[in-house]
Design a protein around this ligand. Structure first.
Ligand code: DC
Length: 216
């Protein structure tokens, strides 16, 4: 039997879980799936066809057509697509279709790092490691502003903060699979932690689990 290793990373937008997921997938040589891109792909398809975001049957069709091998981060990374993704992510039937694909991905050897909102709670409740990466809304807004300014853009801090708070409320407040830490998740608050420190802290947790596994 081929065994797989799964690392589940959840947390709110802008907490640094994407960067952490990439670093961990590289380090442990695991496959990587940013599950946010799957919700973004559905939202993007609706936007492209000028369909309203509450057209659930169109969203279901778009979800069935999502190909995990063809998720285009450059196209899907627009802020407006993230907002729209958060809106279509409330529909249970859409979630079920995407979660099925995400689970298949996780089962592919040698295993995977998946990041999102419901990985430890719903997608991979049996994950070997669960991390919940968070940071204060204020810090996340400052990081986002710095990111925008670093590429020559301009933005308003108060608006970014309001946006982040609204997105958190939607992702944490929905009835189906709301964002929350799994009971057995390790919490990583990156408010006052650089990504390198978060990576080292995550590695310590993972290496500990691996060492215990090798001894058993
Ligand atoms: O991580 P992100 O910003 O790319 O995610 C966009 C939206 O997709 C997020 O606001 C909520 C939704 N999402 C979700 O509901 N469940 C996931 N596992 C990942 C993302």
């Amino acid at each position: 039997m081929t065994s797989t290793f799964t690392i589940a990373i959840d947390g709110p937008a802008g907490a640094g879980k994407g960067t952490l997921a990439r670093r961990l997938a590289d380090h442990y040589r695991l496959n990587l799936l940013d599950t946010g891109l799957t919700y973004r792909a559905v939202a993007y398809a609706l936007i492209q066809h000028a369909l309203p975001l509450d057209n659930v049957s169109a969203a279901e069709t778009a979800a069935r057509q999502v190909d995990l091998a063809k998720l285009d981060r450059a196209v899907l990374s627009a802020h407006s697509v993230g907002e729209a993704a958060s809106k279509i992510a409330v529909y249970p039937t859409v979630r079920r279709i995407l979660v099925e694909k995400q689970r298949e991905f996780a089962k592919t050897p040698p295993g995977a790092v998946l990041d999102g909102r419901d990985i430890g709670t719903v997608v991979c409740p049996d994950a070997d490691i669960k991390l919940y990466v968070t940071a204060s809304a204020d810090v996340r807004a400052k990081r986002r502003l710095a990111e925008i300014e670093s590429i020559g853009g301009t933005a308003n801090f108060t608006e970014i903060l309001a946006d982040i708070v609204r997105r958190d409320e939607r992702d944490m407040g929905r009835a189906d699979s709301p964002l929350k830490p799994a009971a057995d998740a390790h919490l990583l608050d990156t408010s006052e932690m650089a990504i390198e420190a978060a990576f080292l802290a995550a590695m310590a947790v993972i290496d500990d689990v691996l060492a215990k596994r090798n001894k058993a």
